[in-house]
Write a protein of this length. Sequence first.
Length: 261
Amino acid sequence: MSPTPSPSRRDWRRPFRYLWRTPLLALHVGVGLPLTLVMINPLSARIEMRGERLDHRMIRWWSGTLMRVFGFRLRRYGTPLPGAALFVANHVSWIDITLIHSQRMMGFVAKAEIARWPLVGWVASQGSTIYHHRGSNDSLHGVMHAMVERLQQGLAVGVFPEGKTTRGDAIGTFHARIFQPAVLAGVPAQPVALKYGLRGDAQTIVAFGEKENFLQNFLRLLGEPGRVAEVHFLEPVASSEDGRRRMAETCRERIIAAMAG
């Protein structure tokens, strides 16, 4: 992973980016969000366009457009698995879910606090997010059960095996227990590498700063220079009844290799 470039002391273009992007964000929220939410219903879930559910397509559209409002140019490498699969990705910031949703609809496992976040929390809830209350074993059991149930129904589930966001300069340990639902459902895990900037040189810029909360990160990213955001769908890892730890290690190794490549 390339080192993060030193930011200039004063970015004089930032006010102009806010001047341009804030009205676009307001338009996307005021018009695009209600339209998307209207399209998330039982009827649209039964309508398919080019092999994809209409409600899923709308969520992808909304997420992709939001990324572009923030100045990101999207690039996808590889092909996401169809049907039931456990997608596992490195975790940098709140925008990771939006980036992945721009390419493939899936229900994420996320911390319960996200449900209270402005805008993103609302959309996450509509996108079939499974919320986990950290430190609660009852919550963890409920999350695992919900994951298995969705995978057995042929749906995709997305997780961040590191368990939390990082500073962006390294990939943390992947917790093996989050792979157990894939083992029980007999579905593969597909590692996903998320890279911000050329060769991933903006990972630490996109990541939460020290003591930076969601709103502060949201507003800071809105004023950042335009840059590339890459989603790498890597070679899947087959489920193994006796090797959830092996699955975790293999997925982590493949993401590290993609980040360095």
